[in-house]
Structures are given as C-alpha cells and as structure tokens.
Ligand binder design. Sequence first.
Ligand code: C2O
Ligand code: CU
Ligand code: CU
Length: 517
Amino acid sequence: MSIKNSLTRRQALLLSSAGAAGLALGGLPDWARSAPSPATALPIPKLIEARNGEPVTLALQKSSHRFGVGRAVPSTGISSSYLGPVVRMRSGDTIPFRVENRLDEETTLHWHGLLIPSDVDGGPHNTIKPGGVWTPELKINQPAATHWFHPHPHGNTAKQVYGGLAGMMIVSDGGDRERGLPETYGVDDIPLVLQDKRFRRNGELVYQPAMMDLMHGFQGDTLIVNGAIAPVASVPAGFVRLRLLNAANARNFDLRFSDRRPFFVVGGDAGLLPEPVEVRDLVIAPAERYEVLVNFSDGRPVELVTGPDIHHGMGPGMMMMMPMGPARGSRGTETFMRFVPDPALKAGVTRMPRQLTTLAAPDIKSAVEWRTFVLDPMMGMGPGMMAMGTAGAGGTANDAGHDHAAAAQMMGINGRAFDMHRVDVTTRRGTSEIWEIQSATMAHPFHMHGVSFRILSNNGRPPVPAQSGWKDVVLVEDLAEILVRFDHPASAKMPFMYHCHILEHEDHGMMGQFAVA
Ligand code: C2O
Ligand code: CU
Ligand code: CU
C-alpha cells in the first residue's frame, strides 16, 4: 500500500512549495544540495500484512537506491532497494518466515523485540550462508508494539545494518480502534526509520570506520528517514501516530519539533504506556522504539528535528585516552523531515486517547538473582589495542584489513570480550532477575534478546514516564537497574545475546550470551 507514492498533483505542488518555503537543507551533502529540485516525498515501506500460517519471504539482497535527489547508488535492502518492508503480525498467529541470503557473505536475521525461543531468534549462531535460506516459524504472543529485524552475524553486524539491512515489524493485538489510536498504515500510522549516514562526493554510502569511529560508534553527517534525505510527508490534520525507530549504528537522537509543539508518547520498545505522556523532546537511543502521537490539526507545516547528541558524552577518563577529543556531537539542531498537513486527507483520530493499557508496578520482590554487568569501552592497551591504533593512524580500519581477532579484544563486558563458545550467564525460565548495568565512560544502549524488562532506576532516579513501560533497550550513562523476566528458552548451544547496541561496540566484543534453562 503506498498512498504516498501515488501523489496527487495537488500534493506534489504542496511538496514543491514546501521545499521552496525553505525546508532546512542543513543535512544535505554537497552532491544533493546543488540539485535544484523539490523535496522527496517520505517513502512509505511496503506493508506486509502477515496471516496465520502463510509464509512471508524476506530477501537480503544487493540493490541500488536513491537517497536524495541525486543518482541511485549501490545499496543493500531486504526485499527492497534499501531497508525492508514493514511486517505487521497479529499476536496469537504463527508466521512461517523464509529468509533468503542473496548477499555474497554470511548473515543472520534477528527479530529485535520478539519474545520467541532462541533457536528461531536469528542471533549470531543462526547463520545463513550466501545463497542459503532460513525458515524459522515464529509464534507471536506478546503485547502490541513496534519491533524490527536486522542482521546479527558475528563481527559484521555494523557494516550490514549500515548498508541498509533492517526493517520494521508491528505486533498488533487488534485493540487500537477501541483505544482510539490511529491505525491506517501510511496515512495516520506512519513508520519512521531514523538513521545518520556519510556520503561520498559521488553520492555513495561510506562505511570505513577509523579507530575513533570504533570508539564512539560510527556517526554520520546526514540524516535520513526511511532511506530518504530530508523528505516531506503530507499528513491528515488530526492526530497522527509515528512509529519511531532509531536504526542508526551509534547516534542518539534528541527529537523535537521545530515549533517546540508538545507531542505524546504512547508506547516504548516493548509495549504501550498506560496513557499518553506529554513531552517536548525525546531522546531515542540506537535500537529504541517509541510510538508517539502528534497533533497536526492546526494545519501548520512543521519539521521533525534532532538536537546534538549530548547523551553520548565521554567522561574525563575516556578523554585522557583520546588526545584528538570527541569526534562529533558538537553540531546544532538538524532536520530529519517535514510534515505538511493536508485537509484533503481524512483525519481518523481527532481526540487524544485516554487509557491505552494497564501496567502493574515492577514486582521487585519476584527477583531471584541480582547480577552486575560493567560495560568496558576499552580493555587496556594490550596487543589488540595496539593493532587498532595502527589501523586508525594508517587511515581506516577497513584499509588496514580490519583485523577482527585483534579488534575484538577492544571492548568487553565484565572484563571479557564476546566469545561465541562461552555462555556467560544461565537463568531459569519463568523467573525474574535484577540486572545492574554500569558504564564508566560513555553512554551505551544496553539490549537483551528474547526478553523484555522494566527499568527500576537509571542514573539513580526512577525512569521518566516515557521509559516506565516494557523495554528491551536502556541507555546507560552511569548505572541502570532493570527487572528482567525470562520466559523463553535458550539452550547453551544457542544462547540469547545481551550487548551494547552501538553496533561497532557489539562487533568488537561488548556482548555476552545467556542461556535460559
Ligand atoms: Cu537489535 Cu542483538 O540486536
Ligand atoms: Cu535484539
Ligand atoms: Cu557501547
């Protein structure tokens, strides 16, 4: 379904006038800026409406894609030229997937946020060879929420996701109409996959992490939404639900609207909130999802922008090690996209919904175990570190051959780098545990597979209302405590992962494995 792709003449005029009216082109690289043409309409990914028992095929493939007004450049996508379709599934259904690897390297496809057993989860152990096919059957049984899928091959996740291999999944419970939430896909229920990229002068994507990029995570200088630079969406003049996914490798976005209008968070990573939470800005860390409602009934165009990534901050300890200082992050406000209300589009929802769901307070007494995890950005100046230093000084890690064996020693958790053959933690199915996550030097988005959790505290304070529901990512700046519920099995041979979702950190060892017995 692509209402936005078949633009009426009137809408096309609206878009070009919006462009002429001064859509901030701050995010455009030189090659795109020079071309005088109207702004791109927001691409709406194809919707796959999954039905119980009917196979859904996803093909990871090479392609070419137009990010802006320039020419198409080499890309990768999932059954698409860049990114993937949106797969909407009903809780209670069983969906047989067919995942085809048409790349010339090994991959996996992880269902980020799904509560399923580890043998169908698509972690680093579920590899698909080039030309191979993987056919997991997913029994969907969890609260309504926005999730995503992306590759997770050992040591190569960052490059593959950066190249365009990611897509959104929606789990629906059929209750949105009753809740009063917008649910017309692509019209008032809009997926927004947020990323930052670097482009070459010829418009091609660049992924060549130098040592600094491995330390901070690879950050771009150009923002894209659904694979488009500074797109424009026409929206009905009522309440519109935006499903926000931060699919950047490393950057936190500090989202707000250019006119500082309030907006309303209705859901976090793994479920709806009890009621809408009013905010004026919203930090979204890598891999986090938020569903928000925005009121466009005043008919005024507005831009979705992000402030600088102040939450990334490196502490003094880290700075001492890095004489060059922080790589990026000192920029001002940048524009993601523009919304233009169109009175010709029917507004399905014109009133703010009240109660969305019920949410019990976290049952701390139910915890049977307390564990501590320290995220180590750097494991000392060992031989691995020296090798990385050489790679950085000589240009890029890629140019230097990117020695993973050495690089993998750079990051770790509790003093140990990731090891496919070591299970770090074994939990008991049906129990809850408190996990305390510590970060000494910079903010890390900590994520776990196959579970959802509640934040008990973050930076010594209870979670802000927008983060008080079910989550699977928590941005740890200092110390966070989470209450995790283990309901899905994971054998020692095929364990679940916990890791930092800065993909360069994950690839270089900031990941561990847990079994659920
Ligand atoms: Cu999106 Cu292992 O994660
Ligand atoms: Cu995940
Ligand atoms: Cu990290």
